[in-house]
Design a protein around this ligand. Structure first.
Ligand code: NAD
Length: 246
């Protein structure tokens, strides 16, 4: 489904990003596994892809660093000649109720989750416009759609990502480039492992499908949006949340 495609997945050393990298590779894409700090884990993802006969390489870059991202895209194009798929997955949380939230907590989340996406979109757009083809998938969150107490910073960034997705879809559509977002609900990863059992139960009770999601639920949706099958879908946010955001 993705043979001969070159894909960059940001923050792909673990969790949802890791699953997306493995899934895109399983459909035939060559995957650049971007990471910021976790070199060993990123290399494990690459080794897993290679052990299954796929192609992958690691690339260190802080998504929130404009120059580092610029260099990453230039290097990838130099090595692979093109970029077909960009998945903006890197993200962090710094949860706090607004009266306790510090300026640093707000800025850190906006820098990575919103500006980090802009940084990659800017570089990918230039390359994809020249190619007259490309698939961009931004990982937002159900929290960007319905809000969540303690996540003013995170929901602002994730709602911003949905806005950027729609604007860029309109900018790039005439060149055959699609831009979509996936908004996961609560997915079983390290990010949600920190939630206590009581909170997890409360969340689950509010999910129509009565379970947390799995990384594969997100990765398969991303692979679909990255494929030719989704050629007429752009500017959309697909909520993969068990119905939580209805
Ligand atoms: P995670 O913390 O397990 O993984 C996030 C990855 O991003 C990590 O590998 C981390 O090192 C990387 N990262 C963080 N800052 C970075 C930076 N500046 N540059 C490059 N990489 C960076 O989280 P996850 O649960 O796998 O989440 C992945 C994405 O999905 C995030 O954008 C998150 O906001 C979103 N999301 C997750 C859930 C969930 O329930 N887990 C729900 C909704 C949305």
């Amino acid at each position: 489904m993705l043979d001969n495609k070159i894909a960059i997945v940001t923050g792909a050393s673990r969790g949802i990003g890791r699953a997306i990298a493995l899934t895109l590779a399983s459909y035939g894409a060559s995957v650049i596994v971007n990471y910021n700090g976790s070199k060993e884990k990123a290399e494990e993802v690459v080794n897993e892809i290679k052990s299954k006969g796929g192609t992958a390489s690691v690339y260190q870059a802080d998504a929130s660093d404009f120059e580092a991202v610029k260099t990453m895209f230039a290097d990838v194009v130099k090595e692979y000649g093109k970029i077909d798929i960009l998945v903006n997955n890197a993200g962090i949380t710094r949860d706090n109720l607004i009266l306790k939230m510090t300026e640093e907590e707000f800025d850190a989340v906006i820098d990575t989750n919103l500006k980090g996406v802009f940084n990659c979109l800017k570089q990918a757009s230039r390359i994809m416009l020249k190619q007259k083809s490309g698939r961009i998938i931004n990982i937002s969150s159900v929290v960007g759609v319905i809000g969540n107490p303690g996540q003013v910073n995170y929901s602002a960034a994730k709602a911003g990502v949905i806005g950027m997705t729609k604007s860029l879809a309109k900018e790039l559509g005439s060149r055959g480039i699609t831009v979509n977002a996936v908004a996961p609900g609560y997915i079983n990863t390290d990010m949600t492992a920190v939630l206590g059992d009581e909170l997890k139960q409360k969340v689950t009770d509010n999910i129509p499908l009565r379970r947390l999601g799995e990384v594969a639920d997100i990765a398969e949706t991303v692979a679909f949006l990255a494929s030719e099958k989704a050629a007429y879908i752009t500017g959309q946010t697909i909520q993969v949340d068990g119905g939580l955001g209805i």
